[in-house]
Design a protein around this ligand. Structure first.
Ligand code: DGL
Length: 276
């Protein structure tokens, strides 16, 4: 399905949304396929981390912040770059708002299709791995694999700390990762689904700290392909993407975060008090 745009030649406006910085791992892939678009990277930093929120509270919160951002920014498409939100709130978002939403959900189907040992782990927030949505993906798409669900309490916060230049020890990361590695009947886990968009920010360290090599699955390239399915490819006219980060807290970034966002090509010129 292609979206009808207000002007066929105008570059699309794309809003990429996450509780925090994890959505940057999706944003960087979407920018590659739509380098002509105008991006808003919207963080609900006032409510981070989503993984610790009660489900009814989180549903109301996401609908509320999205309402504010859609009113102000009027995007042509929204990427929900957060598994914790997507596995819970996508139906309500689609029911309430007209704009197309592209979600991010655990990549269980491709992971299980590609596993040779048939031992796959899903590493996400505690909320994502306990969702019925995730359990249903396993029932429908495990394809004979034994799937280990690993809920991490701290990895999203560790990823934010590392990205903004704070020291994060190998031990802290390794402790969150270790339960993903299983052995059964002489076989070992060969595939780990990164089911939280924060975790690919730590990919180098995850690879280094893994007890044995595995295939870490980052869903971001597939999400970017879905965006081009809906919006079409870049028009090739040489227009350059613009990107701006907006914070639900209205606080704006400190120096570490500002520098991190700049590395992703995002400006942070948020007027004081403007939470949208
Ligand atoms: N980045 C989010 C995800 O993909 C979660 C982080 C949080 O707990 O807020 O699930």
């Amino acid at each position: 399905m292609m979206c009808s745009m207000s002007s066929p030649s105008a570059p699309p406006a794309i809003l990429v949304f996450d509780s925090g910085l994890g959505g940057l791992t999706v944003y960087r892939e979407v920018v590659k396929v739509r380098p002509d678009a105008n991006f808003i990277y919207a963080l609900d930093d006032a409510f981070f981390p989503y993984g610790r929120r009660e489900e009814p509270v989180l549903v109301e919160r996401v609908l509320d912040v999205m309402d504010g951002w859609l009113t102000v920014h009027r995007p042509d498409l929204v990427v929900v770059a957060c598994n914790t939100a997507s596995t819970l709130v996508l139906p309500q978002l689609r029911a309430r708002f007209q704009v197309p939403f592209v979600g991010t959900v655990p990549a269980i189907k491709p992971a299980c299709a590609g596993s040779k040992t048939k031992l796959v782990s899903v590493l996400g927030t505690e909320a994502t791995v306990s969702r019925e949505y995730t359990r249903a993906l396993i029932r429908d798409f495990a394809q004979g694999c034994a799937v280990t669900l690993v809920g991490s309490q701290r990895l999203a916060e560790l990823a934010e700390a590392a990205l903004t230049g704070e020291p994060v020890s190998d031990d802290a990361i390794a402790a969150e990762l270790a339960p993903c590695f299983a052995e059964a009947d002489g076989a070992r886990t060969d595939t780990v689904v990164l089911a939280c968009t924060h975790y690919p920010l730590l990919l180098d360290r995850l690879q280094k700290l893994a007890p044995w090599p595995v295939n870490f699955i980052d869903p971001a390239p597939a999400i970017a392909r879905r965006v081009t399915d809906l919006l079409g490819p870049a028009d090739g006219g040489g227009a350059k993407a613009t990107g701006r980060a907006v914070f639900s807290s209205g606080r704006g970034p400190g120096p570490g975060l500002g520098a991190a966002l700049a590395r992703f090509g995002l400006e942070t010129g948020v007027p004081a008090g403007a939470g949208v």
